[in-house]
Design a protein around this ligand. Structure first.
Ligand SMILES: NC(=O)c1ccc[n+]([C@@H]2O[C@H](COP(=O)([O-])OP(=O)(O)OC[C@H]3O[C@@H](n4cnc5c(N)ncnc54)[C@H](OP(=O)(O)O)[C@@H]3O)[C@@H](O)[C@H]2O)c1
Length: 291
């Protein structure tokens, strides 16, 4: 599978999907089809065949999937109810799927016993894909570096970032690295029946992340610890943050704090040949987003 094949990228306007589209357009010789619910707002590059569609409406997905060989699938829902229909529609058309899952999935643990809500719904989608007959690759990324843009308003307003679990260690990933692994799995053979645990190259606590942003921006930024209840109120009052994700996020952070610190996997480099980008590099790429 490589040249001349048609690849559908779902979540094409999102952090990872936009990078997948850009990297495919830069190197893939086949058609790059990009799914969005709102083509005008998505502002996708001209080289992509942009299609309107909604993963919650799999019947309408049929037209989008026609002629597609491989799918980059993201799961934007906080539950897996829509997944059987989406996987069914995909398997009638494509031969391969690369699923953006999550490191919240605990390997070898049945989905109903997964500790965390994200793990439960992601494991359910993984399980459906594995039973579908599609050639599958699951990407299980650790925390995205782009999540730290949640602090951008506070950083624009002053030198203090307030939040819960400042001591929480994370192995933050650059979205371009997740996309680079996805592109390999979409365009090369040899990645089937594989779940890649993806991490960045280093472990930093949230307080250290804030310090790193300050060092790159040349400002004395510091972390101020809030209780979980205070952080919860703050997130619920933030119109740009989905209310339905506040408790899953804070539960996930609490579980991560109880677990051993994340282990660096090296999977990005093993698959792409290039080391995973550091958090400092990510902040440099996004410095304008904090100003
Ligand atoms: N953030 C993390 O730390 C982290 C860690 C591990 C895994 N993940 C997983 O990564 C995924 C999010 O990826 P991301 O950050 O690249 O996405 P994102 O930037 O949050 O964007 C969401 C994407 O989903 C699309 N979308 C939303 N609802 C849709 C629907 N009903 N039908 C079709 N498309 C829909 C949006 O497209 P339009 O609005 O253009 O339709 C957009 O492209 C989630 O599944 C999350 O669980 C995240």
């Amino acid at each position: 599978m490589t040249a001349g094949r048609t690849i559908l990228v779902t979540g094409a306007s999102g952090n990872v999907g936009r990078q997948v589209v850009a990297q495919l357009l830069a190197g893939h010789t086949g058609e790059v089809r990009a799914l969005t619910r709102d083509p005008r707002a998505a502002a996708l590059p001209g080289g992509a065949d942009v299609r309107q569609g909604d993963l919650a409406d799999p019947a309408a997905l049929e037209a989008v999937l026609k002629g597609v060989d491989a799918v980059f699938l993201i799961w934007p829902f906080h539950g897996a109810d829509a997944a059987p229909a989406v996987v069914d529609a995909t398997k009638w058309h494509a031969g391969r799927v690369v699923f953006l899952s999550s490191a919240a999935v605990q390997e070898g643990v049945p989905r109903e016993r997964q500790r965390h809500a994200v793990g439960r719904w992601s494991a359910r989608v993984e399980q459906l894909i594995e039973g579908s007959g599609l050639v599958w690759t699951h990407l299980r990324p650790s925390t995205f570096a782009v999540n730290t843009l949640w602090w951008a308003d506070q950083i624009r307003a002053g030198d203090v970032v307030r939040g819960a679990y400042g001591a929480l260690p994370m192995a933050l990933l650059h979205e371009a690295d997740i996309a680079a692994v996805a592109v390999r799995a979409l365009t090369e053979d040899g990645h089937g029946r594989t779940a890649y645990a993806l991490t960045g190259p280093e472990v930093l606590t949230q307080a250290e992340q804030v310090r790193t942003i300050g060092e790159v921006l040349g400002r004395p930024l510091r972390w101020q610890e809030l209780s979980r209840a205070e952080a919860r109120q703050r997130l619920l009052a933030d119109d740009s943050f989905p209310d339905s994700f506040v408790d899953p996020l804070l539960d996930g952070y609490a579980a991560m704090l109880d677990a051993p610190p994340p282990a660096i996997t090296g999977a990005v480099e093993a698959v792409t040949g290039a080391p995973a980008r550091t958090y400092r590099a990510w902040v440099s790429d996004h410095a304008a987003d904090f100003s």
